[in-house]
Design a protein around this ligand. Structure first.
Ligand code: UGB
Length: 444
């Protein structure tokens, strides 16, 4: 007998299949939820462990690392102790009522001479210098070595390094700052304008910021420049004349410094004295200055450019010998009144001064060359050209009656005397090998 097979009930089996797939979906969702919960919990646990480890620094760093760190910090603290000791030792005056002076730019020309003069008379002196390479840094190192022999320590650092400046003022209660660090040179400002802003404006402001917050506030004497007279035509230059026509960016930054000094004096009661130096020259001088590289070039038989004005007149400078400038700087420091502020607040009006420090006797550049020719016993190869319009001014001439009135400033060294001392130093420092060689004479 045929077994009768009834046809499948499709509607039932479809329903069943739908039901089963529903159950599978529900179960897989549950599984997903469970596994993501597990993942979340695991992550939370790891995070908690990490927080614990970081917060309590556990487990401790491997023993060796710990020992190294310890040894390193011990080395640092003893090195720092030695550094601080040098800073204090250098800054301590050796005479009753001696000054405690921070000299910025101490490895520079004027800075090194002033540091030595202060130290010699028993003042405490700490130098600061960044030893930049605007001119041969080995000359700055040699000045540093010379100062080290006289127990003047120079901290190597930049004016714009605020933590360093603060640290120095924390360690030492400076009574005075002689601020000579700057980007110098009139003509170089066209090549590297930014360096003038960084050193002469930003650096000066940084120093003033730190000084105004120091307790006690120091009195500040700083280097301005004869170049602020710019296109002034009144002669000789007096502090009352116009200084709003600078001919170079260098001059403009020095003039800006004078205005900035006014502000810090006005707001914070800082005692500030600006000194307008007139073309300072002498032993240990700056190789970028004309008298210095003329000497070098004459000795090497090279041609020198001697400038004249556009209408064919000689350019002239009130060349001022370094020893006279040093006397002026010390006179300004000795007559500087105390700053009146404290805790960054002014307590009363404070001294604000500006002085010319020149020689009062301008000499044409042609005469400077003749004097050098005589001292070097060598004829210069002169190339007389019109003064390029790169910031130079045709002449300078100082009236120094204000400085004479207030601290008896009186220049005593004429150009031939000063240049003789310079040439003696130059030949001693660079050695006779820089005398003209037979070949170089033939070459030119
Ligand atoms: O009193 C200042 O405040 C400035 O003094 C100095 O500037 P200056 O007086 O210009 O000195 P310096 O360059 O030695 O030129 C001397 C003479 O030689 C002439 N000169 C120059 C170069 C040359 O190749 N030929 C030439 O005849 C030139 O025309 C000039 O007549 C400092 O450098 C400066 O930093 C700033 O301190």
């Amino acid at each position: 007998m045929d077994r009768m097979v009834s046809p499948p009930d499709t509607s039932k089996s479809i329903k069943l299949e739908r039901y089963n797939s529903y159950i599978r979906r529900v179960n897989s969702t549950k599984l997903l939820n469970a596994s993501s919960k597990l993942l979340f919990r695991a992550t939370l646990l790891v995070a908690l462990i990490l927080v614990f480890l970081f917060t309590f620094n556990y487990p401790p760093l491997a023993d060796t690392t710990h020992r190294h760190l310890h040894a390193h910090s011990h080395f640092l603290s003893s090195a720092f102790g030695a550094w601080e000791k040098q800073v204090r030792h250098s800054s301590t005056p050796r005479r009753p009522n001696g000054l405690t002076v921070l000299v910025t730019g101490a490895a520079g020309f004027v800075g090194s001479h002033c540091s030595l003069a202060l130290k010699r008379r028993g003042d405490g002196v700490l130098g600061l210098d960044n030893f930049n390479s605007y001119y041969d840094p080995s000359l700055k190192r040699a000045r540093q070595a010379m100062l080290a022999k006289h127990q003047v320590f120079i901290v190597e650092g930049d004016l714009n390094d605020t933590p360093l400046l603060r640290k120095l003022f924390d360690v030492v209660a400076f009574t005075h700052v002689l601020h000579l660090a700057a980007q110098a040179g009139v003509r170089y400002a066209m090549q590297n304008p930014q360096s003038y802003i960084t050193a002469n404006i930003a650096g000066f402001v940084n120093l003033l910021e730190v000084a105004k917050s120091a307790n006690p506030q120091p009195s500040i004497v700083w280097a301005s420049s004869s170049s602020v007279y710019g296109l002034n035509t009144q002669n000789p230059f007096s502090e009352l004349h116009r200084t709003d026509q600078p001919a170079s960016l260098y001059a403009a930054t020095k003039k800006a410094g004078e205005e900035i000094a006014h502000t810090y004096n006005h707001i914070y009661g800082l005692s500030l004295t600006g000194l307008r130096f007139f073309t300072v020259y002498g032993p240990w001088g700056r190789p970028d200055m004309a008298y210095f590289f003329f000497t070098k070039d004459i000795l090497q038989g090279k041609t020198i450019d001697v400038y004249e004005t556009q209408d064919g007149k000689q350019v002239a400078r009130d060349f001022t010998y370094i020893d006279d400038i040093v006397k002026g700087c010390l006179g300004a420091l000795d007559t500087a009144e105390k700053s009146t502020g404290s805790g960054g607040k002014k307590r009363g009006p404070a001294q604000l001064r500006i002085y010319n420090l020149g020689n009062t006797s301008p000499v044409p550049v042609g005469n400077l060359v003749s004097i050098l020719e005589g001292l070097l016993n060598t004829k210069a190869k002169k190339h007389v050209i019109k003064m390029p319009s790169n910031g130079d001014v045709p002449y300078t001439h100082a009236n120094v009656s204000l400085a004479f009135r207030d601290f008896s400033y009186k220049p005593t060294t004429d150009l031939p005397t000063g240049l003789r001392k310079f040439v003696k130093w130059y030949v001693g420092y660079y050695g006779p090998q820089l005398r003209p060689k037979r070949e170089s004479r033939l070459d030119n």
